[in-house]
Every structure is written in C-alpha cells, then in structure tokens.
Write a protein of this length. Sequence first.
Length: 83
Amino acid sequence: MTDRVSKPAFAARPATPDAWVRTQDVAPPRGAADTFSARLTIDVTPELRGRIKIAAFRRGETVADMLRALLLREFPDTEGPAS
C-alpha cells in the first residue's frame, strides 16, 4: 500500500487588512528581480490587454516595467502617517 502524500493547506488570511497587505510571500515569483516580492493579478478585457501590450512595445519596454512605473506614479511612497 502507498502512503498518502499530504497536500499543503491553504494559508489563513491575516485578521486585519493591514496585516494582510504586509504579509510577505514565501518566495518571490520566478524570474522577478529580488526587489519585487509580490505578484498582483487583475482582470482586464482582451482589448485593454492588447492596448497595454502595444503601448509597451512602442515605448520599448516590458509590460511589467511600464505598469510598475504607472503604479509608482499613481501611488508614490509617502512618508509619515496615513491620513
């Protein structure tokens, strides 16, 4: 008879939203730079995805780099307490 292989259990969500955001992943995504340790997944229409890819191609950069720059502009690192 073979032994059952136990599957890893799902991790429980942290109790508060702040704790959830600050929770670190076990390992960075494959191929990502060491400075990037979280993956963000969003749903977009195929048309928007196409426009994003074309814009990145025309700018000579990757979609990931272009979107990181956009997110950094929109959500700058702020010093001090949140208001």
